[in-house]
Write a protein that binds this ligand. Sequence first.
Ligand SMILES: [Zn+2]
Length: 372
Amino acid sequence: MSRPGIRFEVLKECPHTRARAGLLHTAHGVIETPVFMPVGTQGSVKGLTQRMLERELGVRILLANTYHLFVRPGHELIARMGGLHRFLGWPRAILTDSGGFQVFSLSALRSISDDGVVFRSHLDGAEHRFTPESALEVQQALGSDIRMVLDECTEYPASHEHARRSMERTVGWARRGLGRLREAVFPIVQGSMYRDLRRECAQRLVELDADGYAIGGLSVGEPRTVSLEMVEATEDLLPRERPRYCMGVGMLEELGEYVARGVDMMDCVLPTRNARNGYLFTTRGRVIIKHQRYREDPRPLDEQCACPTCAQYSRSYLRHLFLSGEILFSTLATCHNVWTYLDRMRRIRQAIMFGNLPNLLSSFSSQRVDEE
Ligand SMILES: [Zn+2]
């Protein structure tokens, strides 16, 4: 198992926005930032093979969920199988989350204290405990390249008083976690939807001098403009030379908005989950493939898309696969949606490098949500 350790280089800063283009060096390759990371919840991006992700889509970093891998098959088994990279057959970088979000959203929570959380697995009801130290030990056993400190994901809405207590706990956990393991470990900025708490949390986490910083607790039901405001509230406090990872947010049309606010890394289940449900993102808006209008449509999903699905298959065929419940539909649709997200990020990065990000962002905002 290789040693974690990352190095981040800012190559170019946008003169008009807070966006940056950079390189994130890991033991499993170099990642161009800003980057969108496909989500491999159970150690698999549903519908795609690792070879497709690597060779056809050019993915350099995947996200895997600590909680899911912990409850099944278990981090110890994965460590015995040579670590997550070998277990998955994935040669490139992997980021693992802290487990916090799933503990709070999926499991039956037993108790939470300053020490940690006791929860019951959503699979078999078995009782487990995560502490800031143990959540990092699990990620160490998995051997991921970038790791997150256990955080308390505050429910929304929360009172200021409750959000403060929760934020204080997250800061205390970050201090303990980083005291144990430091390399490539990101603490997570919380503070619910309160600007003052977000700023205080960021300030206190920056004192810990971590290798990178995550912004969490967003996409929990708040209006989308508020999520962006919470990123804006903290960005100027985070060190310029460290990567910032905004967790679990990102409609296609929002990627540029987050990047323009100084975010370097993002992940979201939308492109993969929506693909399986027949919702496809295109440069001309969203295609809902089950609609009758695509029944005899010989065009690819997106005439401007260079993905393997669009190179070979018509909307008519994809609609047929979807309505027939064919497994191939998930593969082809996920391939297209992930490609579309990655391609959007590549174009955003290129615009930062050329200094014309605002023009690109305004061309995105004039696009329709639904295809004509
Ligand atoms: Zn395509």
